[in-house]
Write a protein that binds this ligand. Sequence first.
Ligand code: PLP
Length: 395
Amino acid sequence: MISDKMKEYVVGSSLIRAMFDDSKRLISIYGKENVYDFSLGNPCFPPPEEFKDTLKKIIDETDPMVVHGYMNNAGHESVREKIAESINKKFNTDYNAGNIIMTVGAAGGLNVIFKTLINPGDEIIAFSPYFGEYDSYTANVSAELVKVPPVLPGFEPDLEALEKSITPKTRIVIVNSPNNPTGVVYSEETIKEIAAILRRKEVEYGLPIYIFSDEPYRELAYDGVKVPYITKVYDDTIVGYSYSKSLSMAGERIGYLLIPDEASGADDIISAATVANRILGFVNAPSLFQLAIGECVDMKMDIDCYDRNRKALYGGLTDIGYECVKPEGAFYLFVKSPLADDIEFCEKAKEFGLVLVPGTAFDCPGYIRLAYCTAYETIEKSMPQFKKLWDSVQA
Ligand code: PLP
């Protein structure tokens, strides 16, 4: 018999995953060529060829006991050193291997840091709309997720509401930019304003309030837009990075946490997070992929393919009449649902072979999310279907 808590999770299981699974059902009914799946943020382009060569070289040329064995729970020291050096070069910082903990993706990093910092009943703040798994990860540590609404139509966080939401129990504010699901990138000015509020509240309550900068989409920013490095603005920042999207390896589960020395209690946090990595059962991030990342630490994917998709989808949908903020990063479009009920609209979309995710999954009913990490042809061919869907719901 499963636990009561798991019963709840199974019932309320991810709407995104449900849509992804539903696309398989639709394919069996309508055929692959007639289903346009925009549900999951699963990159459709392969990792760079050079990455594959690096993997092979490591397997052939490195001591197998190093490649396949356990190591320090924080990860291979040589890899952590290379990552720290790479960050230092990019952002003019002064980190070393001791500030880095290799994790099982950004999701692993979030769970490690929650386990490290949170007592039952503590509060974690997220800006709506947000990655729905924050709810589950918060529940994992018996904390409360406090939601701050966006300012529409641009989906910037409502800073007055942020200030009012902070209590003596607030331990973490999650900042996710470039954002899933909106594609919005927060400006340096916005980050500075958030930092100023948190500093005031830290003084008022006499306790640190950490920003957790959830950055799986850092490398996916378009039109030359800059993604501020938050540790430079606010000392109590912990960064969670992932290679899932930036190098197209979501299934390999590899990322890292950066815990700067400037963060309050940094030494304790680094030790505790290393233990959390172990006792959560991750033990350590996958060894082979750590080593490969160490060799390819500055490798970048060409994001022109996503940019082309972004322009085609945004242009095509707004020409039809759909309303949407133009995304500057990540690979998502967050579109106003033509029907007030976003879940009903997503059900209707399936009749046209379109698999979309309701905004409800991101605490933002009345919107729908489209992941454009798809083939360009999917976008091109889906346009007549989006038009038919639009016409079908006009009064
Ligand atoms: N955070 C955000 C905002 C995400 O969108 C995702 C995945 O989609 C994650 C974290 C988890 O990423 P990873 O695959 O690196 O665990």
